[in-house]
Ligand binder design. Structure first.
Ligand SMILES: *Cc1c(COP(=O)(O)O)cnc(C)c1O
Length: 368
């Protein structure tokens, strides 16, 4: 990979393809594949990622919010896009831009039907979400009767899929809970199908669901984190390749005498002569203050340089006392080694949080 002269987030499309192929190898040929590209494709670049995947065998995309779906349509993405959490204020936009809403309670369901009717829609595709234990969004089994009664009164919408979301698919100590969620979803979908008299697509699994619960793949799976290179366990991570590498550069090197301090509020006080390097990446770029004061580190010439003092908005200072380095040298924040998951552990968080935190001002560089 190229040597950088500024802070960049490299996006490796070869790694993306590798992860996609690996996940495909874990599902049946007829199972559809939805890629979750919410939150700028997990902090990378949703347009680039979706455009690349559209040419592979991806069946569906999903985003969280309507504006994310609109951005993909603006970029020319034509595959179906499921909007997981649209707000009623955007329903007209959803229809205008051929986005497909998840409807999860009677408020969202009735309002969407009203807007679709007003817009003279016929069989507009909608996705009904059921709550099977995450207790975040979703109808209950008891609601099926009323959903059916409402559907009978309109031809404006047609249920294209029913789905649910697993709460702890990555945690094998919660296997009993997850198997119960799978069972509840099966009961719900059987009941739904027998009521409405046709079979919508059924889907339940996120990345860890794909890896740990093959019996629950159903008609389609939904992968986010796996596509970006994380399997949510040490064992599974080996099969994946991180798509993004966050890199930077040494802007300046300082000698810090014993007794001197570094950074805001003098949070670091040196008890001997050290050397620090100032790196142009800070909390406004996504490296939160919790990584400060020795928690987080960067890698320079393969060696760890720990953050000294507080993380600034635009910079960090790292201890390079034991590293032979100079201004202009390359700095790795995370990528292959350490990967984002290992980096995130230092601040007691997870890969999902650190990769989605990389702010939009960091330049994205696509590696083909
Ligand atoms: C974000 C999300 C996913 C993707 O989960 P991963 O663990 O990243 O694979 C799947 N389904 C729903 C409903 C989501 O919100």
């Amino acid at each position: 990979m190229s040597k950088t002269q500024e802070t960049v987030l490299e996006i490796d499309l070869k790694a993306l393809k590798h992860n996609f192929d690996y996940l495909k190898s874990r599902i049946l040929k007829d199972t559809k594949f939805l890629v979750v590209v919410k939150a700028y494709a997990y902090g990378s670049d949703a347009r680039e990622i979706a455009a690349y995947l559209e040419n592979l065998n991806v069946d569906y995309f999903a985003v969280a919010y309507t504006n994310e779906g609109v951005a993909l349509r603006d970029a020319g993405i034509i595959k179906p896009i499921l909007v997981l959490h649209p707000q009623p204020i955007n329903y007209k936009t959803i229809i205008d831009r051929c986005l497909e809403p998840s409807l999860y309670n009677f408020n969202s369901f009735n309002k969407f039907i009203a807007v679709a009717s007003e817009e003279n829609q016929k069989n507009y595709p909608v996705h009904i979400k059921f709550n099977t234990g995450l207790n975040r969004l979703g109808f209950k089994a008891l609601d099926i009767e009323e959903i059916h009664n409402k559907l009978k009164t309109t031809s404006a919408v047609k249920v294209k899929s029913i789905f649910s979301h697993l709460a702890a698919s990555e945690d094998l100590t919660e296997k009993k809970f997850t198997l119960n969620q799978i069972q509840i979803f099966k009961t719900i979908s059987d009941k739904f199908i027998s009521k409405v008299g046709y079979k919508p697509m059924l889907h339940l699994c996120n990345t860890s669901g794909i890896l740990n619960y093959p019996e629950a793949h159903l008609d389609m799976v939904r992968s986010g984190i796996g596509i970006y290179g994380f399997g949510n366990s040490e064992k599974e991570n080996k099969h994946f390749s991180p798509v993004v590498t966050l890199k930077s550069v040494i802007s300046q090197i300082h000698s810090i005498e014993k007794g001197e301090t570094v950074g805001y509020n003098r949070a670091f006080k040196s008890d001997n002569l050290i050397k620090t390097a100032t790196i142009p990446i800070g909390h406004a770029d996504g490296i939160g203050r919790q990584y400060g004061n020795g928690k987080g580190f960067v890698t320079i010439h393969g060696k760890r340089a720990y953050i000294v003092g507080n993380v600034c908005m635009d910079m960090i200072m790292v201890n390079v006392a034991d590293i032979d380095c100079k201004e202009g040298d390359e700095v790795i924040i995370f990528g292959e080694n350490p990967n984002a998951s290992e980096f995130a552990e230092r601040a007691n968080t997870i890969s999902y949080e650190i990769i989605t935190a990389i702010s939009q001002r960091v330049k994205r560089l696509i590696i083909k």
